[in-house]
Structure formats: C-alpha cells, structure tokens
Design a protein around this ligand. Structure first.
Ligand SMILES: [Zn+2]
Length: 110
C-alpha cells in the first residue's frame, strides 16, 4: 500500500509543478525481481487514488527483466526469479544487478 501512496505523492508533486488537474494514465516499470506484485500494485493504486486527481486512471505496468552477474560464467545473465540459478550453468553464484526497481515512466494528463 505504501508504494502506491508514494506513487500518488510523486504524481501530486508533478501536478503542482506542471499544472495539470487530471491524470488519465500512469505508466510504471516494475522489475520482476522486486517485491512488487503487479496485481496488488494495481489494486492498491486504485484504492489510494480514490478521491484524488488520479482517480480512475489506468495503470500500465511494464515488466523489467531481472539481470544478474554469474561468477561461474563471468557474464551477465537474465534472471526471471530472485532465487533461480544461472540459466546458463545452473549455478547459484549470482549477484543481482537489476530488475528490482519500481519507477514512474510517464503520465498521461489532462
Ligand atoms: Zn552461470
């Protein structure tokens, strides 16, 4: 819930600097290794935005694939699950490099 709340805060700040009154759509990037479930983010977003300038706005979630550095292969590999091993060698000597983020990409406003 707090993630959706901070998203709304960012949107409201944008609204006061850019001077728009309605938000029609919000596009966010959600990393597939992060703790955010798209379905629950969607639900929380709808609840939090009720009565705000973003009420009824559609939330478009873009999944960002996870990336990790495999020490065995000595290269960067794609990781779809946090606790999955390296897809190349099956090893678990991997360090997550990306795909944990939640980022606001853009807003469609009126
Ligand atoms: Zn590997």
């Amino acid at each position: 819930m707090s993630l959706a709340e901070s998203m709304l805060e960012i949107i409201e700040e944008e609204a006061s600097t850019r001077g728009f009154a309605r938000v029609l759509a919000v596009r966010v990037a959600v990393g597939e290794l992060g703790s955010v479930e798209p379905e629950s983010l969607q639900f929380c977003f709808d609840v939090v935005c009720r009565g705000s300038l973003a009420e009824g706005a559609s939330l478009q979630i873009e999944r960002v694939e996870g990336r990790a550095w495999c020490m065995e292969c000595a290269r960067s590999v794609v990781l779809h699950e946090r606790h999955a091993g390296c897809p190349e060698c099956g090893g678990f000597q991997v360090q997550i490099q990306g795909g944990e983020e939640l980022r606001l990409l853009d807003l469609e406003v009126q």
